[in-house]
Design a protein around this ligand. Structure first.
Ligand code: GAL
Ligand code: ZN
Length: 669
């Protein structure tokens, strides 16, 4: 594993650079991510570039043996650019222009911004594309951050109409796909279609779904434009840093064009912003939720089925969550080993030194404002030793080939897969139907249960199933068991892929709401649509429970608790009832219906089980699939070859003690 750090030579006097670079190497750091917000320094006036400072910085890093990940500065177009081209600015759903003064103030579809992007990115690529310090390019920074994926400007409205015409061909086809006779929404031409989210009450959910697809396509096309501008001058790998479980664009589509995918890992900020209850937030206050963080690793590794990077990882408190606790001593090291165990080839700290001014003044770095070591500085050195990162003097990553590093990185191969899909994310967001229903929450429930049973999990993109390998196609055959939580949108083709998998002996489990909708968002009548012959049953009613309300169901004589959501099921002749609800309002409905297909089987478990209930329920199902689960103590997780203890009590696994907030190598015992 390689360690890196985010650094801003543009923030500090030149006489610090050499000293900082040497101190980085001494901490085992070999890569430095720079430049992603530096446009106004690189081009102080229109067309007048100033590369002198960056030339010097690149040379300093090269001499120190640091490989540079150079960010394109497009998240922050300078003031002169905005004044000259105000059409670049994005527009919110309230119709207000979102102005200059922070970042991400551009519309992904602005033609002017496309030209300006090609110009600045091309100029940088030309100048640094062959610089000895260059290790990789980062396009932009955190696409979609601050709610910027969707835009309501005139360009977006016109483009949306064109996009719809390409998708549907005729207004009649659109009317049918969106069921527009409801509330008199019928359109006579594509030019009549407005952007959703500006109506009196909720917009048509199919309209919303297509707008999200359209907005996502805009992000992906914008990234392609950046990559093309880079590729004209440079062969270095291209990466983008995404945000954990950020839902607003399709990460599978974005990953297709990138050489490496990366995410920014902020375990404490993420927990504070999450919908977890107060008790969970208090429990993981200083470590973050271990399974939530691990899920991001497996998601990003799963996007390309290849090692990923963590481009930013918090080394202390962040500034942007509703409250911003300090990490526990040891947490920073645990997060890094967790990355290693889940297939990350690089982890890079954000940031080297705390900023003394502006919006992120209260964000910690490895160094404090005054450049003295902060809390995580020692720990960063310790984890460098854990992962074998060469401390100063040894050969550095700048000299090493990034591709070779990626090939060497461990890629865990799991026997259980979870399917995920961004259309399904959006369907859940657009009509959650009950407070607390969230797509990633549903995925996490299954994921955490599997992780608590000491199983490695691969996250597999649904949209890659059945595609040829050349298009990144993925196959379910290697997995003994596959789980599809909240997979609302199901096409006939997808159902056929599943059928082939179970006929070949695979075990497939669908979670609540699976197969509820057609690909355009209409109800399957009845749900689960084309999955019905597969599971041998259908959904007759649904129940959305208020937060905090729980009910029970019975399977094999045991009782299990669920909340938030229940699909009420009825088995067909070929189906078998595995669990039944207790609530009298359900009138004896089944909770879990399964159908065998030779050695394989498919089933739908309609209730959102409590995490503690799901583990014992899944255990026999996993064992029947030939997987060997084992119960781990609370707070302990295995990440590759490390046992990690995220709690403040020592724990024992197989006679090996894992001290609180510490890590022990699995075979050390
Ligand atoms: C990330 C972002 C960084 C910085 C950081 C603070 O979302 O990419 O530029 O803002 O958060 O935690
Ligand atoms: Zn726009």
């Amino acid at each position: 594993m390689t360690l890196g750090v985010c650094y801003y030579p543009d923030h500090w006097p030149r006489d610090r650079w050499r000293e900082d670079a040497a101190a980085m190497r001494e901490r085992g750091i070999e890569r430095v991510r720079i430049g992603e917000f530096a446009w106004s320094l690189l081009e102080p006036d229109p067309g007048r570039y100033d590369f002198a400072w960056l030339d010097e910085a690149m040379d300093v890093f090269a001499e120190a043996g640091l490989g540079v990940i150079l960010g394109t500065p497009t998240p922050t177009p300078p003031k002169w650019l905005i004044d000259a081209h105000p059409d670049v600015l994005p527009v919110g759903p309230d119709g207000r222009v979102r102005g200059f003064g922070s970042r991400r103030h551009y519309c992904f579809r602005s033609r002017t911004y496309a030209r300006e992007t090609e110009r600045i990115v091309g100029a940088l690529a030309e100048r640094y594309g062959h610089h000895p310090a260059l290790a990789a390019w980062q396009t932009d920074n955190e696409y979609g951050c601050h709610d910027t994926t969707r835009c309501w400007c005139d360009t977006c409205r016109a483009d949306f109409r064109t996009w719809l015409e390409a998708r549907y061909g005729t207004p009649e086809a659109l009317n049918e796909a969106w069921w527009t006779t409801f509330w008199s929404q019928t359109y006579r031409s594509f030019d009549e279609v407005e952007l959703p989210g500006q109506a009196v009450t909720e917009s048509n959910p199919s309209h919303e779904l297509d707008f999200r697809r359209f907005a996502s396509d805009g992000v992906v096309a914008y990234d392609a434009l950046q990559r093309a501008a880079i590729r004209r001058h440079s062969d270095a790998p291209i990466v983008h840093n995404s945000m954990m479980l950020f839902p607003d664009y399709d990460h599978v589509d974005l990953a297709d064009g990138l050489d490496v995918v990366a995410f920014d890992n902020y375990p404490l900020g993420q927990l504070e912003e999450s919908p977890f209850d107060a008790a969970t937030k208090a429990r993981y206050l200083r470590t973050g939720h271990p399974d939530l963080v691990a899920l991001s690793h497996d998601l990003y590794r799963g996007l390309k089925d290849a090692p990923h990077w963590v481009m930013e990882q918090q080394p202390g408190q962040v500034n942007w969550a509703p409250s911003n606790p300090l990490p526990a001593d040891g947490a920073v090291r645990l997060w890094t080993l967790q990355g290693l165990g889940h297939g990350a080839e690089m982890v890079s700290w954000f940031r080297w030194r705390a900023a003394v001014g502006a919006q992120e003044t209260n964000h910690a770095g490895l160094l404090r404002h005054d450049a003295t070591p902060d809390q995580a500085f020692e720990e960063a050195g310790r984890v460098a030793d854990d992962v074998g990162a060469p401390r100063a003097g040894a050969a550095s990553a700048a000299a090493r080939d990034v591709a070779a590093g990626l090939a060497d990185a461990a890629t865990p191969r799991a026997s259980v897969a979870i399917l995920f899909d961004y259309d399904d994310v959006w369907a859940s967001e657009i009509q959650p139907h009950t407070a607390g229903f969230g797509y990633w929450g549903q995925v996490l429930t299954y994921y955490a249960a599997l992780r608590g049973l000491d199983l490695d999990v691969d996250l597999v993109p649904k949209k890659k199933l059945g595609l040829p390998a050349a298009d990144g196609g993925r196959d379910l055959a290697p997995y003994a068991a596959v789980i599809a939580p909240a997979m609302q949108l199901v096409s006939d083709d997808l159902a056929a892929t599943f059928e082939a998998y179970v006929r070949a002996g695979g075990r497939l489990l669908f979670g609540p709401r699976s197969g509820a909708r057609t690909p355009s968002g209409l109800a399957q009548a009845p749900a689960p649509g084309p999955l019905r012959p597969l599971i041998g049953g259908r959904v007759t009613r649904i129940d959305g429970l208020r937060r905090g309300v729980t009910r029970t169901l019975e399977a094999d004589g045991a009782t299990y608790t669920y909340g938030t959501w229940a699909d009420l099921l009825e088995a067909d002749a070929e189906g078998e009832v595995r669990a039944t609800y207790h609530d009298p309002a359900y009138r004896g409905a089944a909770a879990w219906v399964a159908r065998r297909h030779g050695d394989g089987e498919a089933s739908l478990l309609g209730a959102w089980l409590e995490p503690a209930a799901l583990r014992p329920l899944l255990r026999p199902w996993l064992e029947a699939a030939g997987v060997t689960p084992r119960e781990l103590p609370d707070d302990v997780r295995r990440a590759g070859r490390w046992w990690l203890n995220f709690g403040d009590t020592d724990r024992t696994v197989d006679g090996v003690t894992i001290p609180a907030l510490d890590a022990v190598e699995v075979d050390a015992g």
